[in-house]
Design a protein around this ligand. Structure first.
Ligand code: ZN
Length: 306
């Protein structure tokens, strides 16, 4: 073997070693950058969700909406087309849980209801479901009402006059309670922006927003309010600048059903969970027309969600 052949062989070996090392590094990098799955998100969420098992969370088949919370957790959504009627003609329902992170049951009950999407009435509607709108609040070391930037998302919607009314209301009526800070501008937060964008894209005929712990039912919008879902009785709870009920129900003419569960940490009895769901779907079927977004405004109530 002459000197040139030795040098060529040596160089080939160096190249081979470099290629192998590079390939194994690339493999390690791709493993560490693996795309998170529904299982990863459920592992984080489930410890905060009373009565929700990991299987129930995963069966929810949530997918990233494309939007992320202030701290980068995906806003997870489920899209379900209508199965029993023409999807294009189906009433569109946007259901939102956990807008306030310390109302644990308000996210958990949405996961439980999602197990029953194959029931006949549910299949008459087209759904967008977001069980946890405020993941940063829910996953905080101590769950908190506000998002990671300290904003009460249910005061951050662009009701007319927000710039003046929301800060004034916060200072005067809540004595600048940090749990009710409306933000520095309407839609300043990624979570409220996503809801606003989704209302524009999906054009829901009705919005369901779940809270706790007042144990009532509230309603804003252009159709007659429901009387009762399960044990929850219709009880208007007040008007708040920047709330979703005020914004959507009063100003966008998209009715908002606000469910206020009786306890933020302990789930209602299973029979009550079923009854609220069944009564709510029956009421929507009988009372919510499709395309209420374009309906006339007369008779709009002016009471907002809590
Ligand atoms: Zn709430």
């Amino acid at each position: 073997m002459d000197a040139i052949t030795v040098i060529v062989h040596f160089c080939q070996k160096i190249l081979l070693v470099w290629l192998l090392a590079h390939a194994s590094l690339a493999g390690a990098a791709s493993k560490s950058a693996a795309v998170p799955t529904s299982s990863d998100w459920c592992k984080k969420l489930v410890p905060r969700l009373p009565g929700v098992k990991i299987d129930t969370c995963q069966a929810g088949a949530l997918v990233p909406s494309g939007a992320v919370s202030a701290q980068g957790f995906p806003i997870l959504v489920r899209h379900i087309p209508a199965a029993r009627v023409d999807n294009a003609k189906a009433v569109r329902v946007l259901m939102i849980g956990g807008i306030h992170g310390d109302e644990l049951t308000a996210a958990a009950i949405v996961f439980q209801w999602m197990q029953w999407m194959k029931r006949p009435i549910a299949q008459e509607f087209q759904w967008r479901i977001v069980p946890v709108l405020n993941p940063d609040g829910l996953l905080a070391p101590k769950p908190k009402r506000v998002n990671a930037r300290g904003v009460d998302l249910n005061r951050n919607f662009p009701t007319p006059g927000w710039e003046k009314e929301a800060p004034q209301y916060w200072a005067k009526h809540t004595k600048s309670d940090p749990r009710r800070f409306p933000g520095h501008a309407p839609l300043s937060e990624p979570e409220s922006r996503w809801v606003n964008d989704e209302i524009e894209r999906f054009k829901p005929d009705v919005i369901i927003s779940v809270h706790a712990p007042f144990g009532v039912l509230d309603f804003d919008g252009p159709v007659h309010p429901p009387n009762k879902f399960g044990r929850l009785v219709f009880t208007p709870v007040g008007v708040y600048p920047g709330s979703l009920g005020n914004y959507s129900g009063r100003h966008k003419n998209v009715p908002v059903i606000t469910i206020e569960l009786p306890n933020a940490r302990a789930m209602p009895a299973p029979a009550d969970v079923q009854r609220i769901w069944a009564d709510m779907l029956t009421w929507i079927q009988k009372n919510v027309p499709r395309k209420s977004l374009n309906a006339a405004a007369p008779g709009v109530r002016t009471v907002a969600a809590p």
